[in-house]
Design a protein around this ligand. Structure first.
Ligand code: GAR
Length: 223
């Protein structure tokens, strides 16, 4: 099974604003499963876009792995079902991922959206949702994949950084790129200040990426 990005996706470069979010609200809702480990600001951006009828999507469930993750409360405040799957309670990554797959399937999810998911995925998840998982990462991939992306960018003294939404593949932060947005990096930046600037763009492009999925109704190519 493979994903023909060049045929099915029209990747936006830096400014994906040309997609009409309003136009997309007439499509049947895309059933989303969110996977998150942290604060949940990207989740909020998605949930707000749906609530404001800018995205024809529905969040079926939020899966989180950290009991203290604020994303859980933010989802519960919006009456969105949450499910804690604590990776510390599983012997292997594969068993952990199988539990996630079971919950996502129970929730009848079409597409999986990773927003701040900080665990490596295994073939178990990839096979369950082939080419139907997207991830947001705080760098201009392929630069600075993995953890400490923002710190790495500052250590390399890059002048431009940004964020990327891509299809999830087994290798960390790889896979076809759907949308990127760039931000300037200033000499006085700290990881926190650069992350704040990047997150403003993340909240835009994660919504735009889901809009692309709705618009293109991506279907995996079976071989
Ligand atoms: C985001 O900046 C996202 O890009 C990053 O975690 C943050 C989550 O923020 N993801 C990764 O680093 C994954 N490699 P949020 O919880 O406020 O959405």
């Amino acid at each position: 099974m493979s994903f023909s990005a060049s045929e099915s996706v029209s990747p936006a470069l830096v400014s994906p604003d040309e997609i009409s979010l309003e136009k997309l609200s007439s499509s049947p809702p895309l059933k989303l499963g969110i996977m998150a480990s942290g604060t949940g600001s990207n989740f909020v951006a998605i949930a707000d876009a749906i609530a404001q009828h800018h995205l024809a999507a529905h969040i079926q469930v939020v899966i989180y792995n950290n009991p203290d993750a604020p994303v859980a409360q933010r989802a519960q405040e919006r009456q969105i079902p949450t499910h804690l799957i604590n990776h510390r309670h599983f012997s292997t990554r594969e068993v952990f991922d199988q539990q996630i797959v079971d919950r996502l399937r129970e929730a009848d999810v079409d597409w999986v959206v990773m927003v701040g998911w900080m665990r490596r995925v295994t073939q178990v998840l990839i096979d369950a949702f082939p080419d139907r998982m997207i991830n947001i990462h705080p760098s201009l991939l392929p630069s600075f994949p993995g953890i400490r992306a923002i710190e790495q960018a500052l250590e390399h003294q890059v002048k431009i950084s940004g964020c990327t939404v891509h299809i999830v593949r087994l290798e960390v932060d790889s896979g076809p790129i759907l949308i990127q947005a760039a931000v300037p990096v200033y000499p006085e930046d700290t990881p926190a200040s650069l992350h704040r600037r990047i997150q403003i763009q993340e909240h835009r492009i994660i919504v735009q990426a889901i809009a692309q999925l709705i618009q293109n109704r991506l279907t995996p190519c079976r071989q």
